[in-house]
Each structure stands twice: as structure tokens, then as C-alpha cells.
Design a protein around this ligand. Structure first.
Ligand SMILES: [Zn+2]
Length: 89
């Protein structure tokens, strides 16, 4: 997951809805990989580096970096738009 891509999609998804302008705070988790052949571990980085530098062996396991969890949602009462109780077309 690329944080910038998530920010962009979040803004698009919120546009024109009740939560337009909502702020998204992300905590990036560095991607790490492990070689299945020699057990070397390294930071994958960006662009992703999935080749083992120790043995050039195949079979790379991604240890972290796929996490996507919603830890908290905060609602601010102030500034909340008035939603009509009844809408007639
Ligand atoms: Zn290796």
C-alpha cells in the first residue's frame, strides 16, 4: 500500500459526501522481506526491491508492509453540516 495513493483515493471517495474534507492520518509500516533460501532480511523500499542481495535466490517472503487497519475514527460535532430531516424531491 502506497500512502500517497491511499490519501488520493480517500479524498476522492469523500468528495461530495457528508464526510467531504475529512482528514486521513496514516502511519506507514515499512515493508520488509525475507529470502526463503538464505533467510536474509531487508527493507523493501520504494520502488520495491524484492531480490535477495546475499544469494540472489528465488522465493521471497513479504514480512510486513501489507497491513491496512483502521485504528480510530473521530467525529467532530462542530462544523457538522445540517442535514434536513426530510427531503422532498
Ligand atoms: Zn538469499
Amino acid at each position: 500500500m502506497v500512502p500517497e495513493a491511499l490519501d488520493f483515493c480517500f479524498e476522492l471517495a469523500c468528495a461530495g459526501t457528508l464526510v467531504e474534507g475529512a482528514a486521513l492520518h496514516t502511519v506507514p509500516v515499512p515493508a520488509r522481506a525475507r529470502c526463503a533460501s538464505c533467510a536474509a532480511e531487508w527493507a523493501v523500499g520504494m520502488p520495491p526491491d524484492l531480490g535477495c542481495r546475499s544469494c540472489s535466490g528465488g522465493g521471497v517472503e513479504l514480512l510486513s508492509g501489507r497491513e491496512l487497519q483502521i485504528l480510530d475514527v473521530e467525529w467532530a460535532e462542530h462544523g457538522r453540516p445540517d442535514v434536513p430531516a426530510e427531503q422532498k424531491g
